[in-house]
Design a protein around this ligand. Structure first.
Ligand code: GSH
Length: 212
């Protein structure tokens, strides 16, 4: 049975929704990052990077990185349709979007949520947040333009795990001046994710809501 270490609304959202899509039994182990539980010695043995999510599989093997966990789970459980097979025409854009979202958009979100990890001093941190917010607005603007031209989903007509990832990151912008879902096509994508029972169950289980 899988175990997923998670914290409400964190990068676990996507792998958590995918576990719900797959429908296998799994155990959730809460690590409340708002209380600093990711730095508890016991959890550091699980993930020395002090981050969530971490997946436990095959009776004790450990894996972290939300995008990698997502792909790993999908490939282990064929039939979800959440990733195009190698050779499929959607494979290249799927990999592109998943990597872009986790490398670039997610990192920018981390600058906004945790400017103290990047620079000292309140003024500097406020400046990092302002700059990051403008960068994220531009990124989601470009995503919105792409969806307008080639959507309704990131790879066209099929909803994949990269769309879940985009919906998750859109939620992370909810406290910004111009949240991602104020872009109409991004909003439609978020609504499409929320309309999937697995994503809706994940939101409920994590005790979180998503503006859209
Ligand atoms: N690249 C990692 C990042 C995970 C990550 O940053 N998780 C955040 C929550 S969204 C976390 O654990 N933060 C705790 C901390 O920064 O101390 C992934 O995608 O899994």
């Amino acid at each position: 049975m899988y175990k997923l270490y998670w914290s409400p609304g964190s990068a676990n959202m996507t792998p958590h929704a995918i576990l719900e899509e797959i429908g296998v039994p799994y155990e959730l182990i809460k690590i409340d990052t708002s209380k600093g539980e990711q730095r508890n010695p016991d959890y550091l043995k699980v993930n020395p990077h002090a981050r969530v999510p971490t997946l436990v599989y095959d009776g004790g093997k450990l894996m972290y990185e939300a995008a990698a966990i997502s792909l790993f789970l999908i490939e282990r459980h064929p039939g979800t349709g959440l990733a195009p097979e190698p050779g499929h025409a959607d494979r290249a854009p799927f990999l592109q979007w998943l990597a872009y979202l986790t490398n670039t958009v997610q990192e920018a979100c981390m600058h906004w949520w945790h400017p103290e990890n990047f620079v000292a001093g309140e003024d500097h941190q406020a400046a990092v947040k302002r700059t990051t917010e403008a960068r994220l607005a531009k990124m989601f603007g470009l995503i919105d333009a792409h969806l307008a031209q080639s959507g309704p989903y990131l790879c066209g007509n099929t909803f994949y795990a990269c769309d879940y990832y985009c919906a998750m990151l859109a939620r992370w912008t909810r406290a910004m001046t111009a949240p991602a879902h104020t872009h109409p096509r991004v909003r439609d994508l978020v609504r499409a994710a929320m309309a999937r029972p697995a994503y809706a169950r994940m939101l409920e289980m994590e005790g979180i809501a998503q503006p859209s």
